[in-house]
Write a protein that binds this ligand. Structure first.
Ligand code: ADP
Ligand code: ASP
Ligand code: MG
Length: 401
């Protein structure tokens, strides 16, 4: 007998018919003699709709109340799925994050999981029940509800799999695996039979929303047996695992991130300590800085540009203006009409030709590059948002064909 955690995303439980489809898949696994824990997301566009509802009342609500609101979406799903499973005649219990004991830190809206209680879960499993758990939510030390950030139900599933030392964690979604690029947008995208934790983490962090990046981080840390599979078609999916003898493709995948904005400080002094002043100020406000570019100094002046998540742009501008004033910057510029396009692959390390090939693809497509950043297994470029889809396609055509 195995312990299996199955997670179903929002589109997989969008209506009654789909809820029953999930109920059948879950009970099939249960009938094979397995202990089954199921994690579900809010139905369809529920989370987006709840965000809209909040905005109608208050443009800038507190994060605590947002989490109180957003957690309701998943609570609807768990009860409906439990009712469908009851109807099929199987023993079942649904649990919210706080009933289960999904303990997180206090960062409302992007909470991190600290510990997962297994006592209640195990008690229900021992009673031979199928357990349905609300994804994306937890509880902090103040007994307040928290959420894990958009797409966070994947992380709930992996955290439970790790805590239970489950044999398998399956992420069921509306595509049948991880592809070399978003199969809904990129022509010729190919399904991967397997991908390494490191490559998947990089793809997820660079905008491929098929898996929440923290779920991959956690799966790697606890060596969770993870796979991405289709909710609708019974076909093999993609295994996400430690790289051993895996085929090393130069570029494993291409991803796009539009949630990004650029800030530039123009004509600041070209003297020691300037970058420190800027980035320590941003760090103290917990603003995530991604790509950084500094121009060469000229006449004792230089420019520094960097990117932040679009959602953090206003806060970043507010905290950086006093620093810019103190440094005597000529101006602080910002733009949101940009996107980051990244090529990811473990085979890139020590392969100097990759960057040139990527830039050639963009040159041939007539796409201008604003910024570049590279690491061992990734190259990212910043382009105008209107060119982003074409850039992904051009890079994908060049490397994957
Ligand atoms: P769920 O609601 O099941 O969590 P998501 O919308 O979060 O589903 O993630 C699945 C979507 O991720 C797919 O519909 C697909 O459009 C998108 N996606 C982006 N990049 C990739 C990729 N490289 N491989 C597969 N799907 C991808
Ligand atoms: N319902 C949440 C969201 O839409 C969490 C998830 O789907 O994973 O982001
Ligand atoms: Mg998702």
């Amino acid at each position: 007998m195995s312990t299996i955690v199955q997670k179903f995303g929002g589109s997989s439980v969008a209506n009654a018919e789909r809820v029953f489809n999930v109920a059948r898949r879950v009970t099939d696994t249960y009938k094979e003699g397995n202990s089954v824990v199921v994690v579900v997301s809010a139905q369809g566009d529920t989370t987006d709709d709840l965000i809209e509802k909040a905005k109608e009342i208050n443009e800038n609500p507190s994060k605590r109340e947002m989490d109180m609101l957003l957690s309701t979406g998943e609570q609807i799903s768990i009860s409906l799925l439990a009712m469908a499973i009851e109807k099929l005649g199987f023993p079942v219990t649904s649990l919210t994050g706080w009933q289960l004991g999904m303990h997180t830190d206090a960062s409302y809206g992007s909470a991190r999981i600290k510990t997962v209680d297994t006592e209640r879960l195990q008690k229900e499993l021992d009673k031979k029940k199928i357990v349905i758990v609300a994804g994306f939510q937890g509880i902090n030390k103040y007994d307040d509800i928290t959420t894990l950030g958009r797409g966070g139900s994947d992380t709930t599933a992996v955290a439970i799999a790790a805590a239970l030392k489950a044999d398998l964690c399956q992420i069921y979604t509306d595509v049948d695996g991880v592809y070399t690029a978003d199969p809904r947008k990129v022509e010729g995208a190919k399904k991967l039979d397997e991908i390494s934790f490191d490559e998947m983490l990089e793809l997820a962090s660079q905008g491929a929303q098929v898996l929440h990046n923290r779920s991959v981080e956690m799966a790697k840390k606890y060596n969770v047996n993870l796979e991405v599979v289709s909710s609708f078609d019974r076909v093999p999916g993609t295994k996400v695992k430690e790289a051993n003898k895996m085929e090393k493709m130069l570029v494993k995948g291409v991803a796009k991130d539009c949630d990004i904005a650029r800030i530039s400080l123009v004509a600041i002094p070209d003297t020691p300590g300037i970058a420190f002043q800027i980035f320590s100020t941003l760090a103290s406000k917990k603003i995530n800085v991604d790509i950084i570019l500094q121009s060469i100094g000229r006449d004792g002046k230089k420019d520094i540009s960097f990117t932040v998540p679009e959602s953090e742009l206003q806060t970043a501008l507010e905290v950086i203006q006093p620093v810019a004033d103190k440094l005597g910057a000529k101006e602080v510029l910002h733009r949101e009409d940009i996107a980051k396009v990244s090529a990811v692959g473990a085979g890139m390390a020590n392969n100097p030709g990759v960057a040139a090939k990527m830039f050639e693809a963009l040159a041939d497509a007539g796409i201008n590059i604003h910024m570049i950043s590279t690491s061992e297994i990734k190259i990212s470029v910043l382009v105008n948002i209107k060119n982003a889809d074409r850039a992904v396609q051009a890079i994908h055509d060049k490397f994957v064909g």
